[in-house]
Design a protein around this ligand. Sequence first.
Ligand code: TRP
Length: 332
Amino acid sequence: MTRIFSGVQPTGNLHLGNYLGAIRNWVRLQRDHESIFCVVDMHAVTVWQDPVELSKSTREVTAAFIAAGIDPETCVIFNQSAVPGHAQLAWVFNCVARMGWLNRMTQFKEKAGKHKENASVGLFAYPALMAADILLYKATHVPVGEDQKQHLELTRDVAQKFNNDYGREVFPITEPLILGEATRVMSLRDGTKKMSKSDTSDFSRINLTDDADLIAQKIRKAKTDPEPLPNDVAGLEDRPEAANLVGIYAALADKNREEVLAEAGGWAFSQFKQALTELAVETLGPMNAEMARLLEHPDEIDAILRRGAERAQAIAGPVLDEVYDTVGFLRV
Ligand code: TRP
């Protein structure tokens, strides 16, 4: 049996990079795997979050999951803080993971920057909480992007050390699920930078909440170079903006880049951008509309999260009992 677990932080807008790089793949995975998708609000607060914005973002991410086609009947969709086992198991893992392991985490170094002394303890312990997310459900596979591979490696180390220390095979050694040619969506303003919710320019990204007009505007203003599109993929080298737009087109059309360039090679960007806009509006439009509908009905979203949390709890409860017994925590 396989069980997958993945999480998204409810911080700021979800954008095309989140959709093409992660959420869209999950929609496909749910057919073949028992799937648990979590809105990781506890990870979000490792850096300051405005409380009103956090609640809003949690509903937005949930709405995006559903609008993208994740079925809340077959999958478990919930927010992390609603299942107390995440925090409880994370504490045990704080005591399993070593300072040295966490000190090596590149994401912590990036996020803490020069002011390490001022970073929250939670930001440092973040990977132990992520290990708890995954292992609380004994997930066998985690779909991850490049940036989370090191954290998954740590999850495997935690599972191994726990099993070893206590002499019991409690946890599986979770495998990463790498999905074909990952779509790395780059900024529309700079083809060498990842599309990111923290970019100060909103024109650098297409948000899943952007309507057709805004999508069109952003694509029209996207940075390009003066040459027409090349006829093959080799011609995209050293042309990061062209490569990005072709990559986005290919992902949205479910084609590879060769196929796209076989058709669009030699086109001026103005023509290609027109085609890309039509495609983007056609594929993202229905999702955008369903998201907007759901966000007008927060009760519907909350009911899905509530039901998801109950189902998550039903899986997590026995695992946590097993951990408590293994560790010797008296349950009276
Ligand atoms: N750390 C992940 C991110 O920033 C989010 C996350 C939290 C996660 N827990 C997880 C991803 C468990 C996969 C599995 O994107």
